[in-house]
Design a protein around this ligand. Structure first.
Ligand SMILES: Cc1cc2nc3c(=O)[nH]c(=O)nc-3n(C[C@H](O)[C@H](O)[C@H](O)COP(=O)(O)O)c2cc1C
Length: 185
């Protein structure tokens, strides 16, 4: 069966190294539409998408995430990241931060939108990695200044992020285990 949507889903994988090539305006516009077309519970559409492409701000985010991991005192985790090249955003030239007003299903909404972005990126010949790790850097009192710097609207919290760019490495898609499907026939 030749189905571009299914093919895109089956071929997507998390890429953890990107080249310096920036995204075009056309690609950025297509990704904005993909984010905004995600359904939300009760059609609330309360989530906001922060598109970061500025080199300085991307570096600022990378450093803030690493600092938050070190400050958390989780030395094993910090060492694991350092041993993998010390990068948490992998030189992705676009990071989309999805922020929400906390509400029932708001994180489900964010999950749907982040997958829309991952699949849209793949279909455009780009690659992506979903990023939960920035959560600590933006959390609570610790993350207040960073939330302001990254223009979170008042009362909005980090839900999830995604790094997108041109891949500098390969990774096979993960295994699909049919035992994980429960049939009620
Ligand atoms: C909610 C969520 C958070 C994730 N956070 C990170 C992250 O912070 N850093 C990272 O390198 N990968 C992150 N990932 C990617 C997963 O590790 C990856 O999807 C998983 O290993 C399966 O690999 P695949 O995406 O190549 O199929 C995250 C994925 C999800 C769904």
């Amino acid at each position: 069966m030749e189905n571009i949507v299914l093919k895109t889903m089956l071929e997507r994988s998390s890429i953890r190294a990107y080249t310096d090539e920036k995204l075009t305006d056309e690609e950025l516009c297509a990704l904005e539409q993909a984010a905004l077309s995600a359904p939300t519970a009760m059609n609330r559409r309360e989530q906001r998408f922060i598109f970061v492409t500025d080199d300085g701000m991307l570096e600022r985010l990378e450093n803030a995430i690493m600092k938050s991991i070190i400050d958390s005192g989780n030395t094993d985790f910090a060492e694991r990241i350092k041993s993998r090249g010390g990068k948490t955003t992998y030189n992705a030239r676009l990071i989309v931060i999805i922020v929400n007003k906390p509400a029932h299903f708001s994180r489900v909404d964010a999950g749907i939108a982040v997958e829309n972005l991952a699949l849209a990126a793949k279909s455009l010949g780009l690659d992506s990695v979903i990023l939960g790790m920035p959560e600590g850097a933006f959390a609570g009192e610790y993350g207040e200044a960073l939330r302001r710097e990254f223009r979170f609207p008042e009362g909005y919290e980090f839900s999830i992020a995604i790094g997108i760019g041109h891949k500098a490495t390969e990774k096979e898609p993960h295994e699909r285990d049919l035992d994980h499907i429960i049939h009620i026939d």
